[in-house]
Write a protein that binds this ligand. Sequence first.
Ligand code: SF4
Length: 498
Amino acid sequence: MTTSFAGYMGKVVELDLTTRTSREYPWTDEDRRKYIGGKIMAAKVLDVLLTGHEEPFSEENPIVISTGPLTGTGVPCSGRFNISALSPQTGIVASSNCGGTFGYFLKKAGLDALIIRGKCDQHTWLEIDNGRFEFHSADDDGLWGLNVTPSQERIKELLEQKWGASRAFGQMVIGPAGENLVLFSGIVSDERAAGRTGLGAVMGWKNLKGISVTGNHEISVANPQKSREWNKKFFHMLRTHPLTGKQLPRMGTAGLVSPMQMRGMLATRNFSAGRFEHFDEVSGETLAEKHNIVNKGCVSCPIRCSRTVSLDGKSVKGPELETLGLLSANIENDDLELVLRLNNELDELGMDTISCAGTIAWAMEANEQGLWDCGLSFGNADELVQVIEDIAHRRGIGDELALGSKRLAARYGGEDFAIQSKGLELSAYEPRRAVGMGLGYATSNRGGCHLNGGYLVILEGLGLFVDPQTPHAKADATMMFQDLMEAIAAAGQCLFSS
Ligand code: SF4
């Protein structure tokens, strides 16, 4: 099937892992016009393929990996792609957006989207080359069991051996957490993660360790000259805007921790307070001063909000604001180096930092209240490196923590302090001090997500200053921002470009 629209490759493929067969999925220009791409397109595909009776861990649960019309076109911040499926964590259709290079190379392979059904009969990794699929054993190739960085290095090594030369390609992998069906495990592409809603576990259940993709198709735009002109203007706008041109490049999202603390919005002690006494030791400014090496970004992004930080003499990905807050203030940990270590461990094992940290905070409170004697307590974070390993490998209390706060609260009690919506733990913004953000958490279509929720906190003190505690106009603003951000993401762009 082809398309008359530029920006699209005109092909969606459905791959069955059980039978190892593929076929073209019917997706028309009318569908493209209505559903754009990314998450909205995936929602439509899942609406068609799911009856409402499927289990997340079943052959009938498809994984939809979809790009948008802007993905790979050179438009600023357009390197994003989407992964959707029924979530084992929330039980509802979920999505996770990722800035790794996989989406760009999926289009180079000639595909707008890939729908993965069925289940591999053994641990497998998949190679896609210009729309051709090849299955490889993840056991024989020494991939199963590896953390995400060694997994990606190993796939690169295997492909280079096969090709006899270096070739550009994209990939996405799961870590041990996904293999062991941790309900909040993610999928990683390069250094970027589709972290939320447990889609790594869906891949793990399908015995699919990773996918590489490459190709040499042209990604077209309708009017290259106009596109170049607009891109230039857009780059200039982003580079000169105070948030996207200064704050985010300088400190990343971690720079927003200070205004959160100032306004009492920094989730502290499992969301029982909004300010952390030892905030100075874990602020974005301290991180920049003591640990920053360089800022990094996704494909074609001038903002480059990601950081590489130094840890044990190595350069590793630094924490985003949500993780920084949840692994410090929310568990009363003032050791910034430990935050970096925990963040790195979570990334390497392939786990959602927000849900894991939120679950640990719940467990600390449950222990304190005598509901679950798990040995975890606020202010004692030293043993958490081991706890996180245990979660990924489903050992000891880690086996239970891998279920997330909602399920644990149903088992032990403490529902009133399980800080989640639809089973997805909240990020580090205290919603009682930013009620529009609270409304967003409650109504976000994938659960307790600040971004899908509309991210009203940016108006409520982090960028502008709309009274954070009035409900006035917040419902309309939340709806507008939720719709706007869905459209931007569906096009293949990063939400910061809004
Ligand atoms: S702003 Fe950050 S997350 Fe968004 S595309 Fe740029 S580097 Fe990626």
